[in-house]
Design a protein around this ligand. Structure first.
Ligand SMILES: C[S@@+](CC[C@H](N)C(=O)[O-])C[C@H]1O[C@@H](n2cnc3c(N)ncnc32)[C@H](O)[C@@H]1O
Length: 288
């Protein structure tokens, strides 16, 4: 009979409050994730499969494993298990309308266009941005690039493939679908993004709470439904860092349940639902 501490959840693996606190500390310091104690049952159910996969008997053993320097891949599995990759094409459609109605018309003669999709998951967000830009700025007319980053290497592999179930593409406007998505040979249920779209996007692995190896400035940053996992201090630091990456007048788009707060509020004006613009007085960042 195994000894299970009184505060452990009933189930296959021992998971004490001390284990939970150690896990929450690690998730916060390495990934900015905020795990309230009320999430303990959810954390248990999300991570139980990792313990099974690694042949471990308790969360204490799992914590010991995560501590090993050689286990960086397991630490990423942890983030993957604690966050979701839910996304879709043209999610929160009003942000794409703002691209068409405000950002693109204001570009004027500006040749260099830079957009960052931060926390891009399986790629539907940067591909939606790419379709919107290409519709108004045909290939070759500007120097246009989209940087698409995520912490999760497995989801980035999927994003780079750019292959999606046809039914997941129903939110793509029909004319965009015909122009930039094509059937996958031999897989009638699947479609893939075409070369014009892919050519605009660079995918890269990036933990948003670590250093960013680029300078910008960006014309727009999409960081939607990512900061929701972070504690308030991490969120506020992120908003301020985004401000430093945007040109004056640049757009910041965040998720439907997220709000800007803290010192960065002074650096932005509100420009629509979960849409912010960097104030001119804060000036552009250094170009790369
Ligand atoms: C719910 S998805 C959002 C996808 C897309 N932005 C959207 O709104 O449809 C959240 C993404 O954030 C990523 N993520 C979580 N923590 C992160 C971190 N510390 N740094 C970078 N990405 C992170 C996850 O891997 C996941 O793909």
């Amino acid at each position: 009979m195994s000894l299970v501490a009184a505060d452990a959840l009933p189930g296959e693996f021992a998971f004490t409050d001390a284990d939970f606190e150690a896990l929450a500390r690690l998730a916060r310091s390495e990934f900015g994730l905020s795990l309230a104690v009320s999430k303990k049952p959810l954390v248990y159910s999300r991570l139980a499969r990792r313990l099974r996969a690694r042949g471990l008997g308790s969360f204490r053993d799992y914590m010991a494993l995560l501590d090993l320097e050689s286990e960086s891949a397991e630490r990423l599995e942890l983030v993957s298990a604690l966050t979701t990759n839910v996304t879709s094409f043209f999610r929160e459609k009003h942000h794409f309308e703002t691209l068409c109605e405000a950002l693109i018309p204001e570009l004027g003669l500006q040749r260099r266009v830079r957009i960052w999709s931060a926390g891009c998951s399986s790629g539907q967000e940067p591909f939606s941005i790419a379709m919107t830009l290409l519709n108004f700025l045909p290939p070759g007319t500007r120097d246009t690039r989209i940087l698409a980053t995520d912490i999760d290497p497995a989801i980035l592999r999927k994003a780079r493939q750019g292959r999606y179930a046809a039914e997941d593409c129903e939110t793509v406007p029909a004319d965009y679908r015909h122009r930039w998505l094509r059937p996958v040979a031999g897989e009638p249920e699947m479609v893939e993004t075409g070369p014009d779209l892919r050519a605009l996007i660079s995918f890269a692995e990036l933990n948003l709470i670590c250093d960013w190896p680029f300078n910008g400035p960006f014309d727009a940053i999409f960081c939607r439904n990512v900061a929701i996992y972070f504690d308030q201090e991490t969120q506020q630091r992120l908003w301020t860092r985004f401000s430093g990456m945007l040109r004056a007048g640049g757009f910041l788009f965040i998720g439907h349940s997220e709000r800007l707060s803290g010192p960065a509020l002074a650096e932005f004006t509100t420009a629509g639902v979960t849409t912010y613009r960097k104030r001119a007085s804060h000036g552009p960042s250094r170009p790369t």
